[in-house]
Design a protein. Structure first.
Length: 161
Protein backbone atom coordinates (compact mmCIF):
# COMPACT_ATOMS: atom_id res chain seq x y z
CA UNK A 1 0.00 0.00 0.00
CA UNK A 2 1.11 3.56 -0.61
CA UNK A 3 0.92 6.41 1.88
CA UNK A 4 3.49 8.91 0.54
CA UNK A 5 3.77 8.37 -3.21
CA UNK A 6 4.44 11.76 -4.80
CA UNK A 7 2.63 13.28 -1.83
CA UNK A 8 -0.44 11.09 -2.33
CA UNK A 9 -1.96 8.41 -0.13
CA UNK A 10 -3.80 5.41 -1.43
CA UNK A 11 -6.34 6.03 1.29
CA UNK A 12 -7.95 3.87 3.96
CA UNK A 13 -6.14 0.62 3.21
CA UNK A 14 -2.75 2.27 2.86
CA UNK A 15 -3.21 4.06 6.16
CA UNK A 16 -4.34 0.83 7.84
CA UNK A 17 -1.33 -1.05 6.44
CA UNK A 18 1.02 1.68 7.71
CA UNK A 19 -0.59 1.53 11.17
CA UNK A 20 -0.27 -2.26 11.37
CA UNK A 21 3.34 -2.12 10.18
CA UNK A 22 4.14 0.50 12.82
CA UNK A 23 2.48 -1.67 15.49
CA UNK A 24 4.47 -4.72 14.35
CA UNK A 25 7.74 -2.82 14.67
CA UNK A 26 6.89 -0.67 17.71
CA UNK A 27 8.92 -2.60 20.29
CA UNK A 28 12.19 -0.76 20.65
CA UNK A 29 15.26 -2.91 20.97
CA UNK A 30 13.77 -5.87 19.13
CA UNK A 31 16.19 -6.68 16.33
CA UNK A 32 14.92 -7.00 12.78
CA UNK A 33 16.53 -8.77 9.86
CA UNK A 34 16.34 -7.58 6.27
CA UNK A 35 16.63 -10.07 3.43
CA UNK A 36 17.51 -8.42 0.12
CA UNK A 37 17.03 -9.68 -3.41
CA UNK A 38 19.01 -8.47 -6.41
CA UNK A 39 18.19 -4.78 -5.79
CA UNK A 40 18.43 -2.82 -2.55
CA UNK A 41 16.12 0.00 -3.68
CA UNK A 42 13.50 0.60 -6.33
CA UNK A 43 13.52 3.45 -8.86
CA UNK A 44 11.92 5.73 -6.22
CA UNK A 45 14.67 5.06 -3.64
CA UNK A 46 12.50 2.83 -1.45
CA UNK A 47 14.19 -0.11 0.28
CA UNK A 48 13.27 -3.50 -1.19
CA UNK A 49 13.60 -6.21 1.42
CA UNK A 50 11.83 -8.97 3.25
CA UNK A 51 11.55 -7.96 6.89
CA UNK A 52 11.77 -10.45 9.76
CA UNK A 53 11.24 -9.81 13.47
CA UNK A 54 11.51 -12.62 16.04
CA UNK A 55 11.25 -15.15 13.22
CA UNK A 56 8.05 -13.59 11.87
CA UNK A 57 8.07 -12.69 8.18
CA UNK A 58 6.39 -9.27 8.36
CA UNK A 59 5.87 -8.98 4.58
CA UNK A 60 4.05 -12.32 4.58
CA UNK A 61 1.88 -11.27 7.52
CA UNK A 62 0.81 -8.12 5.69
CA UNK A 63 -0.18 -10.16 2.62
CA UNK A 64 -2.00 -12.73 4.76
CA UNK A 65 -4.08 -9.95 6.35
CA UNK A 66 -5.00 -8.47 2.98
CA UNK A 67 -3.00 -5.31 3.72
CA UNK A 68 -0.54 -5.99 0.91
CA UNK A 69 -0.69 -7.88 -2.36
CA UNK A 70 1.67 -10.37 -3.97
CA UNK A 71 4.21 -8.25 -5.87
CA UNK A 72 6.96 -10.38 -7.32
CA UNK A 73 9.41 -8.82 -9.73
CA UNK A 74 11.90 -10.80 -11.82
CA UNK A 75 14.55 -11.96 -11.20
CA UNK A 76 13.60 -12.16 -7.49
CA UNK A 77 11.17 -15.03 -7.02
CA UNK A 78 11.78 -15.79 -3.32
CA UNK A 79 8.46 -16.31 -1.54
CA UNK A 80 6.40 -15.71 -4.73
CA UNK A 81 4.47 -18.97 -4.51
CA UNK A 82 3.78 -18.45 -0.80
CA UNK A 83 2.66 -14.86 -1.37
CA UNK A 84 0.46 -16.03 -4.24
CA UNK A 85 -1.33 -18.45 -1.89
CA UNK A 86 -1.64 -15.81 0.83
CA UNK A 87 -3.07 -13.29 -1.63
CA UNK A 88 -5.55 -15.80 -3.02
CA UNK A 89 -6.67 -16.65 0.51
CA UNK A 90 -7.10 -12.95 1.37
CA UNK A 91 -9.12 -12.43 -1.83
CA UNK A 92 -11.28 -15.50 -1.16
CA UNK A 93 -11.96 -14.48 2.44
CA UNK A 94 -12.33 -10.78 1.56
CA UNK A 95 -9.67 -9.77 4.06
CA UNK A 96 -8.36 -6.22 4.37
CA UNK A 97 -8.33 -4.33 1.09
CA UNK A 98 -9.97 -7.28 -0.67
CA UNK A 99 -13.16 -6.57 1.29
CA UNK A 100 -13.43 -3.35 -0.70
CA UNK A 101 -14.76 -3.81 -4.25
CA UNK A 102 -13.41 -0.37 -5.19
CA UNK A 103 -9.85 -1.05 -3.99
CA UNK A 104 -7.05 0.03 -6.30
CA UNK A 105 -4.00 -2.23 -6.16
CA UNK A 106 -0.80 -0.46 -5.13
CA UNK A 107 0.95 -0.90 -8.49
CA UNK A 108 -2.13 0.42 -10.31
CA UNK A 109 -2.23 3.38 -7.91
CA UNK A 110 1.44 4.19 -8.62
CA UNK A 111 0.91 4.03 -12.39
CA UNK A 112 -2.18 6.25 -12.17
CA UNK A 113 -0.39 8.87 -10.05
CA UNK A 114 2.58 8.85 -12.42
CA UNK A 115 0.29 8.92 -15.46
CA UNK A 116 2.05 5.93 -16.99
CA UNK A 117 0.62 2.93 -18.83
CA UNK A 118 1.23 -0.66 -17.78
CA UNK A 119 4.69 -1.36 -19.27
CA UNK A 120 5.76 -4.62 -17.66
CA UNK A 121 5.43 -8.11 -19.00
CA UNK A 122 3.15 -9.97 -16.59
CA UNK A 123 3.65 -13.65 -15.87
CA UNK A 124 1.56 -16.24 -14.15
CA UNK A 125 3.34 -17.90 -11.23
CA UNK A 126 1.30 -21.07 -11.74
CA UNK A 127 1.35 -21.56 -15.53
CA UNK A 128 4.64 -19.73 -16.21
CA UNK A 129 2.95 -17.97 -19.16
CA UNK A 130 3.98 -14.34 -19.66
CA UNK A 131 1.82 -11.72 -21.35
CA UNK A 132 3.04 -8.60 -23.10
CA UNK A 133 2.57 -5.14 -21.57
CA UNK A 134 -1.04 -4.03 -21.42
CA UNK A 135 -2.38 -7.51 -20.72
CA UNK A 136 -2.06 -7.53 -16.92
CA UNK A 137 -5.72 -8.54 -16.56
CA UNK A 138 -4.91 -11.86 -18.29
CA UNK A 139 -3.30 -13.03 -15.04
CA UNK A 140 -5.19 -13.39 -11.74
CA UNK A 141 -4.04 -10.85 -9.14
CA UNK A 142 -2.66 -13.51 -6.78
CA UNK A 143 -0.58 -15.15 -9.53
CA UNK A 144 1.11 -12.10 -11.04
CA UNK A 145 4.84 -11.78 -11.44
CA UNK A 146 6.28 -8.75 -13.23
CA UNK A 147 9.14 -8.60 -15.73
CA UNK A 148 10.39 -5.07 -16.42
CA UNK A 149 11.85 -6.12 -19.79
CA UNK A 150 11.49 -8.93 -22.31
CA UNK A 151 15.08 -9.98 -21.59
CA UNK A 152 14.20 -10.80 -17.98
CA UNK A 153 11.72 -13.46 -19.10
CA UNK A 154 13.73 -16.66 -18.57
CA UNK A 155 12.76 -20.34 -18.46
CA UNK A 156 10.62 -21.77 -17.02
CA UNK A 157 8.64 -18.62 -17.93
CA UNK A 158 7.69 -18.10 -21.59
CA UNK A 159 6.02 -15.28 -23.51
CA UNK A 160 2.67 -16.30 -25.00
CA UNK A 161 1.55 -13.05 -26.68
Amino acid sequence: QETHFYGKSQGQWAEEAARVMKDELATEGTPVTLEFGSEFCDSHGRILAHLFRKGLHINAEMVKRGLAVNYCVAPDFAYCEDFSRYTQNAISKKLGMFSDKAVELPYDFRRRIEGKPQRSYVGNIQTKEVHSPGHEESVPVADRVFFFSKELVQAPYRIVD
